[in-house]
Design a protein around this ligand. Sequence first.
Ligand code: MF3
Ligand code: CO
Ligand code: CO
Length: 273
Amino acid sequence: MDQDCYVRQTQDGIFIHRLEDFAGMRKAGVLAANILDAVGDYIFVGQTTSEIDRQIDRMIRAAGATPATIGYRGYQHASCISVNHVICHGIPSEKILRPGDILNIDVTVIVDGWYGDTSRMYVAGNPSRKAERLIQITHDALMKGIEVVKPGKTFGDIGHAIQAHAEAERVSVVREYCGHGLGRIFHGKPNVLHFGPPNSGPVLETGMFFTIEPMLNLGKPQTKLLSDAWTVVTRDKSLSAQFEHSVGVTEDGVEIFTLSPNDKFDPKNSSKT
Ligand code: MF3
Ligand code: CO
Ligand code: CO
């Protein structure tokens, strides 16, 4: 990019960032990823999700960063922890993890005003074969969505790649929750859908920053919001999985800001030390 490229917004209200802004996102992204790498040590049968959240809060602050979720629309925790049939926005609690429980941990940090937002799946003990399969499919669906990212492609192309992989594997894509633009804000335009037709939606441009965060269910895609006004569950109580990366569109493709420094993001490698 040249010096004439200042922050601007597209007609759809999507921010176009400058080359130097990538450095800010990289710093926030790598911190969020490092925290998810380290949190694996605190996940075991008998552990509570509040204790996991306390460790996350401690690690974020020890790094001199801020948990973006605390105070966000009244949310009071440093992470969302979504167990089994919880799709997203699970609230850390004193409930203990049982053998075979699968959980998504979603962390968003603010570093120098830039947001890094990422989530992955973990298991307490050993997963069932169907849970392990759902987790791998969800990871792979996210990565297929990211592979599409390049100037000139569309947001619909991303959603289509994710949906095609999920449905070929006979799992369903949650429709009501989506990825989002981010940067110096937590949730901006556009809504990044994880389904839909190719060649639709806004065209990707260099300097766009956003998350991709597909939620896939073993059963039907329908969701239900619990009375705590946060927890989203599958209506049919089937298992759900989610993975999330924060990415930026570069001149020739994509930069993933939240890559694991220890290559632990792929569930095949999650037990690496
Ligand atoms: N990190 C979530 C996302 O991926 C948002 C959580 S907001 C909270 O967009 F308030 F629920 F924490
Ligand atoms: Co997000
Ligand atoms: Co998130």
